[in-house]
Design a protein around this ligand. Structure first.
Ligand code: ADE
Length: 411
């Protein structure tokens, strides 16, 4: 066996040990074959937890093909292992934009019944260039906030042609993956890339959605002074009451040592901010697309650009200040790290597996709109997870259950 395959298999074996919900579903999928004959095209970050998930789909009887959801998140040894395991995977770390869309086309050639997307790129392709595939499709199941935002825009424009499942919007996804997953994995990517101390630094988090909340929480835990940038008023109050300094990016630009964007929007860091940043400022992005930091503006201002080491680009300004861009502005947790911890992706991918089963059971019956999964899915996954964590929870007495569903007992 090639060393690269061995390395990928060893990674998959390691994380599989910490994915009890997936392993629980695996027994059921192997026995009952809920996805027998279902063709699934998945566009995901091709790292070890994703590989375990693809194996689960195959164990459930599906025909699976994979392509990357970001050019820099692919781990070539995991790709080699997946192909070795008989799961066709089309990807290469650092692929060009053209190659990226070639890989998308290749997975679409299986004529999928279900698309599992992370960022809605494949969804966009089947709604534009490959519309002939829509007739075979039962649903698109979306992993991330950015992808769900795109799906809702597609639906609002009256252009959504197949049912969509907002996996991201399940509580066992956004509460844990977006918040605690990104909270840990982004700092992991930043720290392992830079080998710098976070304690004592001023960290600026742009965006106070679930990802921003996690980033801010962990930055504070590491000893940073945290500033939050959030235009939405309710979230801005929440950040303030959680103890962070809330201000405009123009004010924060002069104060921050490390900036991390997590808004899903473009140009959060741009020319006017780079012009006032301190010498040595580090900037990174945790959002899905590399649009949050305007790299063209950085290029335009810089007198010199140097690749100092993998994932650290130095922009030397005319006045001598240096700004360090991490991971080329791509999502720092995957481009400069391994993505979310195994225990987190365990739940996210379990929701995807149940979503694929749900769509298969309901094929042809789902309305063409963006659906949330039933709340029972969250309860089921959380219950399996708690059991695996050895946590026994309080159970309501019959009297308590009755009280919670009646109106008679008051003052
Ligand atoms: N690993 C696989 N998919 C991921 C995602 N969307 N975010 C973080 N880590 C991942």
């Amino acid at each position: 066996m090639d060393d690269i395959v061995k390395s990928g298999l060893a990674k998959i074996d390691w994380v599989s040990r910490f994915m009890p919900v997936i392993n629980h579903l695996s027994k059921d999928f192997k026995k009952n074959q809920p996805l027998a004959g279902v063709r699934i095209a998945a566009c995901l970050h091709l790292e070890m937890k994703t590989a375990r998930f693809a194996m689960l789909l195959k164990e459930g009887g599906a025909e699976v093909a994979l392509c990357p959801s970001n050019p820099l998140s692919t781990q070539d040894d995991v790709v080699a292992a997946l192909n070795h395991l008989g799961i066709p995977t089309f990807a290469k770390h650092g692929c060009s934009r053209e190659e990226y869309y070639e890989y998308v086309d290749k997975v679409l050639d299986i004529k999928p019944n279900i698309i599992i997307d992370d960022g809605a790129d494949v969804t966009a392709v089947v709604h534009s260039k490959r519309k002939e595939l829509l007739k075979d499709l039962w649903s698109v199941n979306e992993e991330t906030t950015t992808g769900v935002t795109r799906l809702r825009a597609l639906s609002k424009a009256g252009e959504l042609k197949i049912p969509a499942i907002a996996v991201n919007d399940s509580m066992c996804k956004f509460l844990f993956d977006n918040q605690h997953g990104t909270g840990q994995s982004s700092w992991d990517g930043i720290i392992r890339t830079t080998n710098r101390l976070i304690a004592g630094k001023t960290v600026v988090i742009s965006g106070y959605g679930w990802v921003g909340r996690g980033l801010a929480l962990r930055a504070r835990g590491l000893g940073a002074d945290v500033i939050v940038i959030e235009p939405e008023p309710v979230r801005a109050i929440e950040a303030t009451l959680n103890g962070y300094r809330v201000m405009t990016m123009n004010s924060a630009a002069k104060q921050g040592d490390i900036f991390v964007t997590a808004t899903g929007n473009k140009d959060c860091l741009r020319k006017e901010h780079f012009e006032t940043m301190k010498d040595g400022t580090m900037i990174a992005n945790s959002g899905h697309f590399d649009v949050e930091i305007n790299i063209e503006d950085l290029d335009g201002l810089a007198q010199e650009v140097n690749e100092l080491k993998p994932n650290i680009t130095e922009y030397k300004m005319k006045d001598g200040r240096r700004i360090y861009l991490l991971a080329h502005g791509r999502l720092v947790n995957l481009a400069a790290g391994d993505g979310h911890p195994a225990e987190i992706m365990d739940m996210s991918f379990a929701i995807h597996a149940i979503a694929a089963k749900y769509v298969t059971e309901n094929k042809g019956k789902l309305e063409i709109k963006v659906h949330n999964l039933p709340k029972t899915v969250d309860t089921e996954i959380a219950s399996i997870k708690l059991k695996a964590m050895g946590i026994e929870t309080e159970q309501l007495t019959a009297e308590q259950k009755h009280y919670m569903t009646s109106w008679g007992e008051g003052t």
